[in-house]
Ligand binder design. Structure first.
Ligand SMILES: Cc1cc2nc3c(=O)[nH]c(=O)nc-3n(C[C@H](O)[C@H](O)[C@H](O)COP(=O)(O)OP(=O)(O)OC[C@H]3O[C@@H](n4cnc5c(N)ncnc54)[C@H](O)[C@@H]3O)c2cc1C
Length: 365
């Protein structure tokens, strides 16, 4: 049983705290946020830093993300799907009633005039022959098949089903992981300035020693890591009576827009990707473009009410790849960029296995 200190209570920090405490370790988590709750909805949220994981739509799209990322991301993401299912089942068994995970595949859509651009994206998804045995391929749907699956979508769209893709209810999952992580000591309002093997240096308070120090501060881990924030914006709509069973993503020469259905007749429309560390509220331009694209796919959204807009920063390293570092007394995971929910459980699983192997090594020496 080890004393473990975690800097950061975002996706990685909460998942690690929940898993390590279940394994019997003494876990303490430090985060500058005022508490475990999601930022309030119904407001223009920007400005104050909070975990990017709250803002994320929580899409688990290993196949679609091959458009922006390599086969290893797809592989890790595919493994994470099964792991999130297990996490959600364990939380349910622990009494969590909120839906946390849904898996009905997802749809890629293109308007007729954008078929050329869509075919180029599909060709990129096909450029991973090594993955063919591991991941299902996109399945083209004809008009009748699409109308059966999702009758509310605009007629005349080209569509492909991405079997097995899923979503996590990001806000509820983050809350559930904090609430159900037993025997974790949460230190809110505490900023960690620097992380070194076995030590977290707290701002204004000095070093606190642990057997293992974990750095999962997202964009807050500068200057220890060469991170940048990549701005992303989402809009929440309330549209009673509009039915969508699964996340959909519009392939378009200029925009990548997705609509993710959430319980309570809510829809998350996202997301912009802007090379800027500006956390201010959503811009008019992003709002107009995201909502126009969403309504072109799901015309019934015309009467939806805009309930919330939110901007946040994705933590990215120079190569836009996730990075895990392990050495005795230290674990860092960062750079999850646009794939944090997609990758977190597999990265955590691999990192904990690497640490366990490291512990065994001296015994064999
Ligand atoms: C608009 C948007 C949409 C997205 N959609 C998706 C999606 O659909 N699917 C997907 O897989 N990913 C998505 N992402 C990406 C995903 O949210 C991130 O990759 C993920 O949140 C990264 O997890 P993390 O734990 O590294 O960082 P975070 O979730 O950002 O958590 C970092 C935590 O560290 C804390 N912290 C910061 N500084 C300090 C400090 N000095 N000391 C202590 N704690 C500190 C923060 O307060 C925060 O709680 C999206 C992101 C955005 C912005």
């Amino acid at each position: 049983m080890a004393r473990i200190g975690i800097a950061g209570a975002g996706v990685l920090g909460r998942l690690l705290a929940w898993q390590l405490s279940r394994a019997g370790h003494h876990v303490t988590v430090f985060d500058p946020a005022s508490g475990p709750e999601a930022p309030p909805t119904g407001q223009l949220v920007g400005g104050a830093p909070f975990a990017a994981g709250f803002t994320a739509a929580g899409m688990l799209s290993p196949i679609a993300e091959l458009d922006n990322a390599g086969p290893e991301i797809a592989r890790l993401g595919w493994r994470s799907l099964a792991l999130w299912r297990e996490v959600a089942e364990a939380l349910r068994a622990d009494g969590c009633r909120a839906p946390l995970f849904e898996q009905h595949g997802s749809l890629m859509l293109a308007h007729g005039s954008d078929l050329g651009a869509a075919r180029r994206v599909l060709a990129r998804l096909d450029t991973a022959p090594t993955l063919a045995a591991e991941l299902p391929a996109p399945q083209p749907l004809d008009r009748a098949a699409l109308a059966t699956l999702e009758p509310a979508l605009a007629p005349g769209l080209h569509a492909w089903l991405l079997p097995g893709e899923a979503q996590v209810m990001s806000r509820d999952m983050l809350s559930a992981l904090a609430v159900h992580a037993k025997n974790v000591h949460w230190c809110w309002g505490e900023r960690v300035e620097r992380v070194a093997p076995g030590v977290l240096h707290l701002m204004g308070e000095g070093p606190v020693r642990f057997d293992l120090a974990i750095d999962v501060r997202g964009v807050g881990a500068t200057p220890d890591l060469p991170l940048r924030g990549v701005r992303g914006e989402v809009i929440w709509l309330h549209a009673p009576g509009v039915t969508l069973q699964r996340p959909v993503r519009l392939l378009h020469p200029r925009h990548r827009v997705y609509i993710v259905p959430r319980p309570g007749d809510l829809f998350v429309v996202g997301a912009s990707e802007v090379e800027s560390e500006d956390r201010s509220p959503v811009s008019l331009r992003s709002a107009v473009e995201l909502m126009a694209a969403a309504q072109s796919v799901l015309p019934e959204l015309a009467e939806a009410r805009i309930v919330h807009m939110e901007a946040n920063l994705r933590p990215a390293l120079p190569d836009n790849e996730p990075h895990t570092h392990t050495e005795p007394g230290l674990l860092r995971i960062n750079g999850l960029f646009r794939h944090g929910w997609l990758l977190a459980p597999a990265l955590v699983q691999d990192a904990l296995a690497a640490l366990a192997d490291m512990e065994k090594e001296p015994a064999h020496a």
